[in-house]
Design a protein around this ligand. Structure first.
Ligand SMILES: Cc1cc2nc3c(=O)[nH]c(=O)nc-3n(C[C@H](O)[C@H](O)[C@H](O)COP(=O)(O)OP(=O)(O)OC[C@H]3O[C@@H](n4cnc5c(N)ncnc54)[C@H](O)[C@@H]3O)c2cc1C
Length: 423
């Protein structure tokens, strides 16, 4: 499909509408063989290759070259005997959640079930149950990938430990992944939902949540968002700045309720949806936007959380509590870095038009980052390096220094022409 094709725009634009790929050619893939042929053709012509499933994680957009879209590759099969799922490249989390739930299982999905499961997992994957079960990447059992030599490969930790290690954590830099085999966890129900506090309780909510996170068992994964809602009737809380605490607790619901008690004591809630729920309802915990949108977001990984820099920010602030299983050594090594971070803080500016000028937006983000810098680990989370921030310098910060060296060596071996972009 070239630029003159009537479906060119529909095929290249994804969830992030501020920026989008503008390739010379698009291959809408439906099978692994489509992917293999596309990689072979691009390699022969020296065309750079970009891949898009949903567009939720767009790094620097492609200008020219080939874009392979995978949204039509969306088969999911669950093997309850081994508690694993095989997911094709274009599968979104919602399909995996539904398929796993039929067997009393759940994937390590994230805040939005509309995100692509494969890329989320290859970039780490900080999910709703992250403190209990670790990174989604830690559950990868096998990777089906077409490498730069246009060879389809089934890569496991035993068949090729180096390539497996690089693929899982390296996201799209080592090939086009056509399917993943992932482990599922035995979670059918949660104690979870959202607590919403009005403007006057935003600061107490942030302070209390921060103190509270110091005391928690791994069963509790939580986050807080401070959301200035626009003053329009369709907004959930028009004209108010709201603190939204998100709760996902595995285990006994009564223990979950006991753990959440100090948060409910912050004061009256505008809304309180925290209750026992099936994992299939877990999208309601964060209530992420479902419609494509234009936004700019930056993040900082933190050792501890200062409160002041996050108050009064012009934009949406979100802080996720990390640690727990995220910090533990994994049984099968992968290249996901920065496991020492205890908090993930992000600032998001919504409502940006396609190609929006960022001159007024960037200083807001830089001011927060500067204010947080004394507490920063210096690291980045690859999955959240969007758009123009996905520079080589920033991507490098997603890894431990020695791991980055190892990735660089493996990149030279597996993709010497940087067909899938420089590391
Ligand atoms: C609303 C929202 C909520 C989110 N929540 C979370 C969360 O809770 N936890 C978390 O960790 N992340 C989260 N993210 C980030 C998200 O997981 C990553 O950005 C992820 O890369 C998105 O994958 P995608 O396929 O949906 O996006 P895409 O933009 O389609 O893909 C992102 C990139 O991944 C690579 N890629 C995609 N498919 C393949 C493939 N088959 N083979 C090789 N490379 C490929 C490409 O480089 C592509 O540019 C969220 C993002 C958004 C917008």
């Amino acid at each position: 499909m070239d630029k003159n094709h009537p479906n060119y725009d529909a095929e290249r634009v994804g969830f992030q509408t501020r920026i989008s790929h503008r390739p010379d050619l698009i291959v809408p893939a439906t099978t692994p063989e489509d992917v293999r042929r596309a990689v072979a053709g691009a390699a022969a012509d020296g065309l750079p290759i970009a891949v898009q499933a949903t567009g939720h994680g767009l790094p620097v957009p492609a200008t020219g070259g080939l874009l392979i879209t995978t949204s039509r590759m969306n088969a999911v099969t669950v093997d309850p005997a081994t508690a694993t799922a095989r997911i094709e490249a274009g599968v979104r989390w919602d399909r995996v959640i539904e398929a796993a739930a039929e067997h009393g299982l759940a994937p390590l999905s994230g805040s939005s079930p509309a995100v692509g499961a494969v890329s989320y997992t290859l970039g780490g994957g900080i999910g709703l149950l992250a403190r209990r079960y670790g990174y989604a990447a830690d559950q990868v059992r096998a990777v089906d990938v077409v490498t730069a030599d246009a060879e389809p490969r089934h890569v496991t930790p035993d068949s090729d430990p180096d390539l497996f290690w690089a693929l899982v954590g390296g996201r799209g830099r080592f090939g086009v992944v056509t399917a993943l085999e992932i482990g599922l966890v035995p979670v059918e129900r949660l104690y979870g939902g959202g607590l919403y506090f009005d403007t006057d309780l935003v600061e107490p909510a942030l302070r209390t949540w921060h103190e509270w996170t110091r005391t928690l068992p791994e069963e509790m994964t939580s986050s807080i968002a401070i959301i200035p809602f626009p003053d329009v009737p369709q907004a959930p809380f028009p004209g108010r700045t709201v603190a939204h605490l998100r709760i996902a607790c595995t285990g006994d619901p009564q223990e979950g309720e006991e753990l959440v008690r100090p948060l409910r004591a912050i004061g009256p809630r505008l809304l309180d949806t925290v209750a026992e729920m099936p994992y299939t309802d877990s999208a309601s915990i964060h209530n992420d936007p479902t419609e494509p949108a234009g936004y700019y977001a930056t993040h900082t990984l933190l050792r501890d959380l200062p409160v002041e820099p996050l108050l009064g920010v012009r934009g949406v602030v979100e802080v996720r509590h990390l640690g727990g299983a995220l910090a533990k050594p994994q049984s099968v090594p992968n290249s996901v870095g920065n496991r020492d971070a205890l908090y993930f803080a992000t600032v998001l500016t919504p409502g940006l038009a396609p190609g929006a000028d960022l001159r007024e937006v960037r200083p807001v983000h830089e001011a927060v980052r500067d204010a947080l810098s004394p507490w920063s680990t210096g690291g980045r989370a690859l999955n959240f390096l969007y758009g123009e921030q996905a520079t080589p310098e920033e991507v490098r910060k997603a890894y431990e220094p020695e791991d980055y060296e190892r990735l660089t060596a493996l990149k030279a071996q597996w993709d010497p022409a940087n067909l899938f972009g420089a590391l």
